[in-house]
Design a protein around this ligand. Structure first.
Ligand SMILES: [Zn+2]
Length: 461
């Protein structure tokens, strides 16, 4: 709900505010989202399927990849879509979408969806998905980003800080970049305080000093970066500057990381689940802390290895159907994350509940037995404890069923005895006697979108 009046764009009028075109459209969307969040799951699904039908007709008619897919399956589009029909649509694996290249794009994008631009997923193994976005998808991206602010009752008069990925040369330490307002999501509609940003390539010392100078009310960053900052502050015996709330983006947030960040800052952490291809997938519930699927934006399924739906509590693959992208329709698309649904939320919202997001499949450890699991990498500081050497950055890469590589940024390289101690620690944590190869680096590069992954498996499916 609005807890602040929008900016009025009509001279002499302040209350109630009269917004301009963009503002009016965004407020109109919030008005609907404010209602639809309380609808029953059945009612939400009925509207999703109505929107899906329009997308399917468009995709089957104008997108070569779907023309072929529907043709091969002999799928006709019925007057009314139901769950049974929806599940007959074949799942599109990431690889199939990568290989389809331009065939996944519409040959006849409705003109009013316009403003086509291209995005690319990250993927540090060099495999990325290229997709187009439109003015419509941007409008919805802004709407769900604003919903997150409204759900969590953020005070727009406060100061916002973000430490995130930018190309080198932008928002660099020590100064970062400064804006008089909160930017494109909020500022066109509401009066806001200032914002500042810092390139995450800054050292932890630079980040700490920057935060101490800026003293923001709200802080946004990657979980791995916040954990590293907390460790740095502790090591230096310096108190982190207080913030009202921390928002985490870009990587999956484990419960241990959440706890560590909340304890270090003495502030609540609010996580956001997005993907480059479809924008906002789930937001954290303001009352329960579970995640609510943004059902007005996507149909999100969780399925097992056979494509059957997973009940609450069972971990499976996340499939998304992005309801408004007519440039690159994504229908039952395997986004690459694992997650589990939860039971309906105590807040009363009908939006589906995700209890946990387990991150990327490539973040699962493969064992020689054929099993895969989310690797336990130990507690923050373990490696420093067993060696007495300060650890700055860590990444574990699985190259084969027998070998892992540890990329480490340390105050100095480890000697043979220290390496043996760390190997034993990793073997214990991972639950298998892997051969451990050490790689001592000055810095571990982040992926193209700024994501840092603690663990990557390079073993193909
Ligand atoms: Zn809830």
């Amino acid at each position: 709900m609005l807890n602040q009046l929008p900016i009025s764009r009509l001279s002499g009028i302040t209350f109630p505010a009269i917004a301009d075109g963009h503002g009016a459209m965004q407020l109109a969307l919030q008005y609907q989202l404010d209602a639809s969040q309380w609808w029953s799951p059945e009612r939400l699904q009925a509207h999703q399927f109505e929107q899906l039908r329009a997308l399917l007709v468009h995709a089957a008619g104008t997108v070569p990849y779907y023309q072929q897919l529907f043709g091969q399956q002999g799928l006709q589009i019925p007057e009314r879509i139901d769950a049974e029909y929806f599940r007959q649509i074949p799942i599109s694996r990431r690889l199939a979408i990568q290989q389809a290249e331009h065939a996944i794009e519409s040959l006849a994008l409705p003109a009013e969806h316009g403003g086509k631009e291209y995005g690319k997923t990250s993927g540090s193994t060099g495999r990325s998905v290229r997709f187009a976005r439109t003015a419509v998808t941007r409008t919805f991206w802004l709407a769900f980003a604003l919903r997150d602010h409204l759900w969590h009752g953020r005070d727009f008069a406060g100061k916002l800080a973000a430490i995130r990925w930018f190309a080198r040369g932008l928002a660099e330490a020590p100064v970062g970049a400064h804006e008089p307002n909160w930017g494109v999501i909020v500022a066109p509609l509401f009066a806001t305080g200032p914002s500042c940003t810092l390139n995450v390539a800054a050292t932890l010392a630079e980040q700490f000093d920057w935060l101490s100078r800026e003293r923001p009310d709200y802080l946004v960053s990657f979980p791995s970066n916040l954990v590293a900052l907390a460790g740095y502050a502790q090591e230096q015996g310096r108190a982190l500057p207080p913030v009202r709330e921390i928002r985490t983006i870009g990587e999956s947030l484990g419960s241990a990381q959440r706890q560590l960040i909340e304890t270090a800052w003495q502030a609540r952490v609010v996580d956001i689940y997005t993907c480059e291809e479809a924008g906002y997938l789930a937001l954290q519930c303001p009352s329960s802390g579970d995640y609510h699927v943004q059902a007005e934006n996507v149909i999100l399924e969780i399925v097992d290895a056979h494509g059957a739906p997973c009940p609450p509590g069972k971990i499976g693959q996340v499939l998304i159907t992005s309801l408004h992208n007519f440039a690159t329709p994504l229908i039952r698309y395997e986004v690459g994350d694992m997650a589990e649904f939860g039971e309906p939320c105590s807040c009363g919202r009908g939006l589906p509940v995700i209890r946990r997001i387990h991150g990327r499949k490539r973040n699962r450890l493969r064992l020689p037995s054929g099993e895969s699991l989310f690797p336990y990498l130990g507690e923050h500081g373990d490696i420093s404890r067993v060696t007495g050497v300060k650890l700055y950055q860590f990444q574990c890469i699985q190259h084969s069923l027998e070998e892992i590589e540890l990329k480490l940024v340390l105050e100095r390289p480890l000697d043979a005895a220290e390496q043996a101690a760390v190997s034993a620690l990793m073997q214990r944590n991972l639950g298998h006697p892997f051969r451990v190869r050490f790689n001592f680096l000055q810095e571990i590069a982040r992926g193209p979108s700024g994501k840092h992954e603690d663990f990557i498996s390079l073993i193909a499916d």
